[in-house]
Design a protein around this ligand. Structure first.
Ligand code: CP
Ligand code: NVA
Length: 313
């Protein structure tokens, strides 16, 4: 049985996922294929990571990311220990990193700053997976691409419209879509556009894959002929103090029935969750047949198993 297990080809082995670009375009496609395979053959992988241990670090709350990483490693036969709280408060981050490397095989970290993820990787010398930072949410984007592929049977040629804050989720979507040939239109209020250098990177990838990247302040323009309409909270974790002001600034960026009507008739609604009903999305859209947010959540488990196999097997 062991012989039939997936063995990553050398080009599909990864050394970590500090940010989206730690996966090449080919590795991104390989991860999606492996995720589908592992989903269909769960029992075959029940001992794939026997004897491997992960550290999970969370500076911010989590339901999906924590649950799906813990489940993924356990369902693959490995184990993990989860720590919550600020990293580097009690002792220097570089000391924390070197301790963890003595005990465990890889680190999954949800941090306030991207710098913390990068420093953990630098000082530990073991693979680090970004479980959300201020700049990126690569595991989410992978699950989202798998969800789109399952919905439409392909990725190349699709159009995803992201409406809301130009945040970590928007950045990872831009980098995933552009490399997989999915056009990506992002509509934000003025001053809340995605990071310009990430947009420039996405535009370069898109030029090679034939995708279109559009950054606009007009949500109706963004969702025209979109296969998927995606939104996220207006105030991310750590921005709670700005929440009231953001409600005012983002008021015209709600995904509701009238905005969805501008997308394709078979468009899906996507949300990384948690959702704030009545703000970035209406309850009606969340509860509609178009909503695939819970498929996205399920797919976090499958894509993270694929990542762990490409990293540790
Ligand atoms: N989508 C997501 O990352 O959810 P959590 O914040 O619950 O992990
Ligand atoms: N942009 C959100 C995503 C939560 C999964 C945040 O950073 O809080």
């Amino acid at each position: 049985m062991a012989a039939s297990l997936y063995q990553p080809a050398s080009h599909a082995r990864i050394v970590g996922l500090r940010h989206d670009l730690d996966l090449s375009g080919e590795q991104l496609k390989a991860a999606l294929e492996l995720a589908q395979h592992v989903k269909q053959s769960r029992q075959r992988y029940a001992s794939a990571l026997k004897g491997r241990y992960l550290t999970l670090l969370f500076e911010k709350p989590s339901l999906r990311t924590r649950m799906t990483f813990e489940l993924a490693i356990k369902q693959l036969g490995g184990d993990c220990i989860t720590q919550t709280g600020m990293i580097g408060d009690r002792e220097p981050l570089k000391d924390v990193a070197r301790n963890l490397a003595r005990w465990t095989d890889a680190i999954v970290a949800r941090t306030f700053t991207q710098e913390t993820v990068d420093e953990l990787a630098r000082w530990s010398g073991i693979p680090v997976i970004n479980a959300l930072s201020d700049l990126y949410h690569p595991c989410q984007a992978l699950a989202d691409m798998l969800t789109l592929k399952q919905q439409f049977g392909k990725l190349k040629g699709l159009k995803l419209a992201y409406v809301g804050d130009g945040n970590n989720v928007a950045h990872s979507l831009l980098l995933a879509c552009s490399r997989l040939g999915v056009s990506c239109s992002v509509a934000t209020p003025n001053g809340f556009e995605p990071n310009a250098s990430i947009v420039a990177q996405a535009e370069q990838f898109a030029a090679a894959t034939g995708a279109q990247i559009e950054i606009t302040n007009d949500p109706v323009e963004a969702v025209q002929s979109a296969h998927a309409v995606y939104t996220d909270v207006w105030a991310s974790m750590g921005q709670e103090a700005e929440a009231e002001e953001r409600k005012r600034v983002f008021a015209n960026y709600q995904v509701n029935d009238s905005l969805m009507a501008h997308a394709r008739h078979d468009a899906v609604f996507m949300h990384c969750l948690p959702a704030k009903r009545g703000l970035e999305v209406t309850d009606h859209v969340m509860e509609s047949a178009q909503c695939v947010a819970f498929d996205q959540a399920e797919n976090r488990l499958h894509v993270q198993k694929a990542l762990l196999l490409m990293l540790l097997q």
